[in-house]
Design a protein around this ligand. Structure first.
Ligand code: NAI
Length: 377
């Protein structure tokens, strides 16, 4: 099968998420990095793109140059990944969708709910794919949990408890480090700090596994380091359309926790737990029975869990290959297949609505608010 042409904006040398996209997109031979505007510094971006194998005339200085350059080509990129800082996602994603390109946007998709709704509408109107990189949903054993819920093996879901709490911004003496400070500065990060950064992964995961949408929420935000305007810790209670109760804790000051993303799902006839730091296992307990450890790659798992795994049982697969699973489904979608589970612009705008409504709730002492974007009310 011919490889698809792939372009990247952001994700330059030394960036956090850039390598995971490059490993992910190219892992299965679906995409070749054909174009890029990789850095806010034009020269550095051009230079790095060429060192990654991009032809000089497609190693662009900025995304507008890339949009013009690629639009004029017959072999234009089939997919553009937007891996720049949050505040730039909307204008870049919008411009490329309107230019007729498929887009994978990093989370959070936009800064406002209005922008999010606009992206959903543009994607619908242009018929182009707009995916959002909720990549944790593409771990094999997360797919297994989703299949277990779908096939009724734990009954109706009563409760979802999701944490994404790490301790890497817990050192008050490091709070002024520019790489840390911007995340809690409204001018750079928007209305929310930790909830918009990590909490939305946990919220998306709750919806993804439960197969339901968040309807209402009540939030308590705290800035535990006094110099921070935005929250570095949040507790969010929520309810889903089908009545499932949700509890979510997200923090960046939980010293000692490393990645700190885990989810527990409790149904009428069983419970399950998965953690990103032990992604090969799901702990499953049937009501009245013993806890069992389900292992990625073992017999008897769902086809979906099998499809998402490439390496033999017990070998760590990990984050870049979860991102790769997103790219596998993107490639299939670009080639005209339907792939269930790919996170889309709808997921992106639902997250943005939850962020903005959580901020409003926290300001109103935890008042319960409608968590849905107006377009889905
Ligand atoms: P970073 O600060 O490490 O890197 C950002 C990169 O984008 C740099 O190479 C910078 O030069 C480049 N850049 C900035 N403005 C640009 C522009 N206008 N045009 C082209 N390049 C530009 O940031 P990081 O941590 O890699 O985050 C990037 C995005 O990825 C954020 O939106 C973040 O929320 C998201 N992210 C998602 C993760 C996930 O699990 N899905 C994990 C980490 C980050």
């Amino acid at each position: 099968m011919t490889r698809l042409n792939w372009g990247m904006i952001g994700g330059g040398e030394g960036s956090q998420i850039g390598p995971a996209h490059r490993l992910g997109a190219q892992a299965d031979g679906n995409f070749v990095l054909a174009a890029g505007a990789l850095d806010h510094d034009a020269d550095k971006g051009r230079d790095y793109a060429q060192r990654l194998g991009v032809a000089a005339d497609r190693a662009y200085g900025d995304w507008r140059e890339m949009l013009a350059g690629e639009s004029a080509r017959e072999d234009r990129v089939d997919l553009v990944t937007v891996a720049t800082p949050n505040s730039t996602h909307f204008e870049i994603t919008k411009a490329f969708l309107e230019g007729g390109f498929n887009v994978l946007c990093e989370k959070p998709m936009t800064m406002t709910v209005e922008e999010g709704e606009e992206i959903v509408k543009i994607a619908e109107k242009t018929g182009k794919i707009c995916a959002v990189n909720y990549c944790y949903s593409a771990y094999p054993m997360v797919r297994e949990m989703r299949e277990i819920v779908r096939t009724g093996q734990v009954g109706k879901i009563r409760l979802v408890v999701s944490n994404f709490s790490h301790g890497h911004h817990g050192d008050a003496t490091d709070a002024d480090n520019p790489r840390v400070r911007w995340r809690y500065d409204p001018a750079m990060a928007g209305v929310s700090g930790q909830f918009a950064d990590c909490g939305i992964h946990a919220l998306h995961m709750a919806s993804f596994i439960a197969g339901d949408n968040v309807r209402s929420l009540s939030a308590d935000f705290a800035s535990t380091i006094a110099s921070r305007d935005l929250e570095d810790d949040a507790m969010v209670n929520f309810r889903m359309d089908g009545g499932t109760v949700g509890r979510l804790w997200t923090s960046s000051v939980a010293i000692g926790r490393q990645h700190g993303f885990e989810i527990q799902v409790f149904g009428e006839t069983g419970g399950m737990r998965w953690a990103s730091e032990q992604p090969n296992q799901v702990y499953y307990t049937p009501v009245g029975g013993r806890t069992q450890i389900m292992e990625k790659g073992e017999g008897g798992l769902s086809d979906e869990a099998g499809r998402m795994s490439r390496v033999a049982i017990a070998h760590p697969e990990g984050f870049p290959l979860a991102v790769a699973n997103i790219y596998v489904d993107l490639a299939a979608s670009i080639r005209g297949e339907t792939r269930d589970g790919l996170p889309t612009a709808e997921d992106g705008v639902r997250s943005m609505a939850a962020v903005h409504q959580a901020v409003a709730s926290a300001k109103a002492n935890g008042e319960w608010v409608d968590a849905r974007p107006p377009m889905y009310r």
